[in-house]
Design a protein around this ligand. Structure first.
Ligand code: PRP
Length: 208
């Protein structure tokens, strides 16, 4: 069974409220996504493996650590793009592999339109980035793609989840842990998260 981590951090709650506000403009919206992602990154990366290294300080040799595993950031286009910068600042050595999906408005099923993953996996930990987990269809499909690719450890990192999406991802992929800023009330008949924040892609890119 997957572990579902929902942030209780006051800064996350504060910034998420600003993010939801319909008065928040695209520039501020992008800044907030970046900032909340940095705050969530702390929890998501807590179990990454490190190896021992030695460095010379100006005073003496010192035992230290460095990240051992190659990490992949997998933003789901488009909305996941806004989460890349924040976590990439924390892990500049991470590789970024984009997956393009959009949700068919009638069926609510994800449609894949971009995938340039190399033939063999180059990373051992994959962090899927998408602010919205609605029906969970996009997240499930992305995990399918990554597992077919050969990824072994996969985590999903999002901002707002609907209970339906959390359950779907958990049912289909119980080995994928979830990291969210919050879980909202429900999905409406159009598959939008209520209360949510509207369309995260449109609000970031000014296309709504
Ligand atoms: C939104 C969102 C997720 C997906 C969530 O993307 O960013 O990728 O829908 O829905 P699901 O959990 O029901 O699959 P959208 O299809 O609007 O594409 P966009 O990011 O390009 O705007």
């Amino acid at each position: 069974m997957a572990t579902i981590h929902v942030s209780e951090h006051p800064l996350v709650k504060h910034k998420l409220t600003l993010l939801r506000d319909q008065e928040t403009d695209p520039k501020k919206f992008r800044e907030l996504i970046r900032e909340i992602t940095i705050l969530l990154a702390y929890e998501v990366t807590k179990d990454l493996q490190v190896e021992s290294v030695e460095v010379e300080t100006p005073m003496a040799p010192c035992k230290g650590f460095r990240l051992q595993e190659p990490i992949g950031l997998i933003p789901i286009l488009r909305a996941g793009l806004g989460m890349v910068e924040g976590i990439w600042e924390m892990i500049p050595s991470a590789e970024v592999w984009h997956i393009g999906l959009f949700r068919d408005e009638q069926t609510l099923r994800p449609v894949a339109y971009y995938n340039r993953l190399p033939v063999h996996p180059t990373v051992s930990v994959c962090l899927i980035l998408d602010p919205m987990l609605a029906t969970g269809g996009s997240a499930v499909k992305t995990v399918n793609i990554l597992k077919e690719w050969g990824a072994r450890r996969i985590k999903f990192m999002g901002l707002i989840g609907a209970p339906e999406g959390v359950e779907n991802l958990n049912d289909q992929h119980p080995d994928v842990d979830l990291y969210l800023a919050t879980v909202d009330d429900h999905l409406d008949e159009n598959g939008f998260i209520i209360p949510g924040l509207g369309d995260a892609g449109d609000r970031q890119f000014g296309t709504g």
